[in-house]
Ligand binder design. Sequence first.
Ligand SMILES: [Zn+2]
Ligand SMILES: [Zn+2]
Length: 261
Amino acid sequence: MPKPDWKNRAARARELTSQAPAAAELLRFYVPVLEFQGRVRDAVATRAAADPLRPLRAQLDPALLLPLFPDLFRVVEAHGSPQLREAARTLRGQGEDRWRELLLDYIGGQPATDALAEFFPRACVEPYAEHLAAQLRASTQAIASCPACAGKPMLAVLRPEGEGARRSLVCSFCLTEWEFRRLLCPACGEENEPKLPVYTAEALPYMRVESCDVCRHYVTCVDLSKNGLALPLVDRVAAAALDLWAAEKGYGKVATHLLGL
Ligand SMILES: [Zn+2]
Ligand SMILES: [Zn+2]
């Protein structure tokens, strides 16, 4: 797994705003969010060391993240959608006890009762969980949940290898990337090729929708053998149009991206 670099991710999102006009608005918001996540990474980097014997989620300390919430509110109030700005204003007024509760629910894997409010703990937890997961040596078995935290995959990546490409999945909680067989549905385990159609859009030939006609789930896949400049976490946002298309076809996501895609 490449070393996390939030500065590169923000730079890539900035670059894509002109290349992917359909997702430009989302990407313009994602730039300052990624910059904020870089500040979270810096804040936890010196203070949080991973313990290989304890589950990753149990090692996330909300007290490290609470002081960063006001910074995130500023980012959202300056750049977010009207709904998200409103959610930021409400949360700012509710204070730390409510922020801690949101963090604990998100870390504990509670289903979100308020999808908008979940954006805030998730934006803070991602860089922290990624930082811890990078220190744990993740095994690379072909399992459908994250080997570091048991989270669900939010996207797939194809990396060039020899003549072809090898597939991996990226965790929606800690951003760990792990190897996963190419012809295998991560939601239900289907492995019969005709039941696993792949769709691409002409405008974004390095993005694929990898779907399953048995369980009707899909993951968006970033094909690095077709575009070596892509950063999967960021480029995935540029494929927002594919999500609309998949939803029309009746496919559902295995797990969402921070921006709700
Ligand atoms: Zn994970
Ligand atoms: Zn399936």
